[in-house]
Structures are given as C-alpha cells and as structure tokens.
Design a protein around this ligand. Structure first.
Ligand code: FAQ
Length: 334
C-alpha cells in the first residue's frame, strides 16, 4: 500500500490517442472546468497525485505548527500571544480539513500519518528551518503565509471538489495570518535599531527558503505538466514564484528592509523583477531529510503520536463498548 501511494505515474502526459474512452471523457470534463467529486470515476494517476499533494499539504500544516508553537510561551505581550495561539490553532484545523479531503480518495488519515512518520511522505521544506527570534514570527507570517496564499488562491479553482472547497476557507484564514506577520514586521522595523536589525536578519534567513516553497524550477518539476493538465495545479512553480517576488519586494521596501539579493532588479520589459534563484542543492538536501531541523520536526510529531496512544486506545475501547451495547439493544428489540 505504501509504495502504491507514494509512487505516482503522473510524470508523463498521455496523448488523447493513448487514453481509454473513460480517460478521454474524464479529460474532457476537466477541460470544461467541471469539478470531480469523490465517488466519480477518475484515473488512478489522478487519484494518487491528489493523495500525494493533499497529504503533503496536510502534513505541512501540522508540522508547520511547530516553528511558531515554539514562540507561544515567549510572545512579547498577551495580545501577541492570543493572536499567535489562534494562528497555530488555525493551522491544526487546516490540516484536519485536508486529511478529510484526502480520505475521500480512499486513504485513511492513519495511513497518511504513518507514511509521514516513516519519512515516506513529504511536508513543505520551509518548516525545516529554525525560528530563532521573535522577528521570525513576523517573517513566517509575512513570507511563509504570503507564499502559501500565492500558491493556494489558484487552488480554490482546482478540479477536485473537496480540495477546492477546503482551499476557500483555508485562504481566508491564511490572509489573516499574513497580515499578523506583516504587522509584527512593521512594529519591529519601526522600533529600536536592534529591533530593526532583528527584522532584517529574519528577512535574510527566510527569503530564499520562502522562494523554495513553490517547488523546483519548472525544468526540474516532475509533476507540473500532468498536474496542470488535470487542473490539480493551476500554475507552474516559476509562475507563482515570480508573482510572489513581484508582490513582496514593494512590501519589503515599505518596511525599509532590504531583500538579500544583489541581483534584484525591476525588469520593465517583462513587467516583473529579475531575482536570484535559491540554492537548489540546499532545497534538494532539505527535502531528502537533511535540513537544519528535519530530524527534530519529525521526532516531535512521532513523539506526539506515541504520547497520544493512551487517548486513542481509550476512545476505541469506548467506541467498541458503545457499539456492542447498541447491538445488544437491537437484538433485544427484535
Ligand atoms: N517542500 O514536481 P514538483 C503552508 C517535492 S502550506 C517539500 O514541482 P509538485 C501553510 C514534490 O513533492 C505549505 N517538497 O512537485 C502554513 C516532488 O516530490 P515527490 C504547503 C517539495 O507537487 C504557513 C518533488 O519535490 N503547501 O505553508 C516542495 O507538482 C505557515 C518535485 O516537485 C502545499 O502543499 C517543497 N516546498 O509541486 C502552515 C500546497 N516543492 O512528491 C504553517 C499544495 C516540491 O515526487 C505556518 N502543493 N517538492 O516525492 C503544491 O502546490 C505542490 O505540491 C508544490 C510542489 C508546488 C508544493
């Protein structure tokens, strides 16, 4: 089951002449912009690609609570603490909607979690970087949620119904997250010289990892072509990265901070910024499990799962007992 779930056959687009009549009819529905719903026929590759992407997205939300959870006890004011708590709770909620969306494709949440814990399913590279100062809470909200929104707004129009509906609510909450991050950055950037230096340092450390969130450059993206043909993805990785840079650079200027890229220049002809690519060898290293915090993050998730075993056992024992009681009542009533 694991190998089947992890390996997808979505790497190559099949021409209409290679498709079965069912596959052709399916592709025509996608091309007309129809939504695909859970019990409807779908190609196996479509189902597996969705499980991979939605599952990875769900894991990202759950693991993504850790870098910010790290700062809840150290938030500088009661108000900041309440806001950060709400944001981290939202991320748990996003993970739960997304696991539910994945479950409609015939995989259980337990199976997905097992794959994550076994290192066989990925989560976003960004959460393998440490959050060292309070300014990092600003940078995560501004840049990480900003990149997440840039990627997820188009996903509201994705072809799979449950995923697209989950995205609508998630995007609304992500907008609040992005604003709270920018608000922290404003406060820091307009504070004392030491606070401004902390904000600049957070931007320096999170800029390139945020650019990596969009995935490898288009020439190295394995799944984009087929995922776009199926409207599982609506844009290429590079298109979204460019939009993110174009939107974020003026926001950095407004803060009086400097994007750490000496090649950053407005390009009149293309109507967007030229910018330096992230270090892709670092990206591939991080997604292979060798980033600064991979072991710590996965270790924290596995520990939380193991520590919760008594609670799951208790729930199951209660459910089994309740179901046995219902059966006894039903037999007595016959
Ligand atoms: N990290 O062929 P492509 C959030 C993998 S939510 C790790 O281009 P694809 C909210 C990719 O899986 C953030 N792995 O892949 C929040 C594939 O490997 P595989 C998560 C990555 O799927 C904020 C290989 O590289 N968002 O942040 C990454 O077509 C703050 C080749 O790549 C989503 O998941 C990466 N960054 O495009 C929470 C959005 N990029 O699976 C807390 C939905 C690529 O074959 C705090 N996902 N890989 O072994 C997507 O849009 C897509 O899956 C992409 C990747 C764009 C991420």
């Amino acid at each position: 089951m694991y190998a089947q779930l992890v390996k997808t056959d979505s790497d190559r687009i099949r021409g209409a002449d290679e498709m079965s009549p069912e596959e052709r009819a399916f592709q025509e529905r996608i091309d007309r912009g129809e939504k695909i719903e859970p019990k409807e026929w779908m190609p196996e590759g479509y189902r597996k690609t969705l499980i991979r992407q939605i599952g990875q997205h769900a894991h990202s939300e759950i693991v993504g609570q850790l870098p910010e959870g790290n700062w809840i006890t150290r938030a500088p004011t009661l108000e900041r603490k309440a806001i950060l708590l709400a944001k981290v709770q939202d991320e748990a909620g996003h993970g739960l909607y997304l696991y539910c969306a994945a479950e409609t494709l015939g995989v259980s949440r337990d199976e997905l979690i097992e794959l994550l814990h076994a290192g066989k399913m990925k989560y976003s590279s960004i959460f393998n970087y440490p959050t060292l100062t309070w300014a990092d809470m600003g940078a995560v909200g501004w840049l990480v949620d900003g990149a997440a929104i840039m990627n997820q707004v188009p996903l509201q129009r994705t072809s799979y119904g449950p995923y697209s509906r989950a995205m609508i609510r998630i995007c609304k909450e992500e907008s609040f997250h992005q604003r709270q991050g920018y608000d922290i950055m404003m406060k820091m950037a307009r504070g004392t010289p030491a606070q401004k230096a902390m904000a600049q340092d957070a931007l320096n450390r999170f800029w390139y990892p945020a650019l990596m969130m969009f995935g490898p450059s288009d020439k190295d993206s394995v799944h984009s072509a087929q995922s776009m043909a199926w409207k599982i993805k609506m844009n290429t990785n590079d298109e979204l990265r460019q939009k993110f840079v174009d939107q974020t650079v003026p926001q950095a200027e407004y803060l009086g901070l400097t994007v750490p890229d000496e090649n950053l220049r407005w390009n009149e002809e293309k109507g967007g910024y030229d910018f330096s690519e992230p270090d892709w060898s670092e990206f591939f290293d991080v997604i292979a499990g060798n980033g600064p915090c991979n072991r710590e993050r996965l270790g924290a998730r596995v520990k939380a799962w193991e520590d919760g075993a008594w609670f799951r056992d208790g729930l199951k024992a209660y459910a089994d007992k309740a179901s046995a009681r219902r059966s006894a009542v039903a037999i007595a009533a016959e």
